[in-house]
Design a protein around this ligand. Structure first.
Ligand code: CO
Length: 136
């Protein structure tokens, strides 16, 4: 169903401070930075081996990540599993009765295609399925 972990999503209040931690202290390379209006976040990707850490800062308190920060504070927000065929993976999940937030894939960071599972269906771990764009 899933090929590997694509990234861990981390909700942050101070993006510059978080970037400093991951770049300078953890010596991870920042490879992409993008405002994703549809998700209400400014997102940063850092490389760790073949995988990534995705830092997420909310564009406003009313966004999902803004609400997450108000309720839980900074920390791990979601895990993203990679697939090379997101339509097939969503069909497989539907066939097991798994509830989805996104019935259809939408555009994610760096031209990926993403879909989130419903939290009630994923054991309390917000779970994203991601199909990277061909260039990445
Ligand atoms: Co993500």
């Amino acid at each position: 169903m899933f090929a590997r972990i694509d990234h861990i999503g981390v909700a942050v209040e101070d993006l510059d401070a978080a970037i400093a931690l991951y770049e300078q202290t953890y010596a991870m390379e920042l490879v992409h930075r993008e405002t994703v209006q549809a998700q209400g976040v400014e997102a940063v990707l850092l490389d760790i081996g073949e995988n990534h850490v995705e830092l997420l800062a909310p564009l406003s308190p009313e966004t999902p990540v803004g609400k997450f920060l108000a309720k839980r504070g900074p920390g791990i927000h979601h895990v993203a599993y990679q697939t090379d065929d997101i339509e097939l993976t969503l069909r497989q999940l539907r066939s097991t009765g798994t509830r989805l937030i996104d019935e259809q894939p939408r555009v994610g960071i760096r031209d990926s295609r993403v879909a989130f599972l419903h939290p009630s269906a994923s054991g309390g771990v917000l779970t994203e399925i991601v199909q990277p764009s061909k260039e990445h």
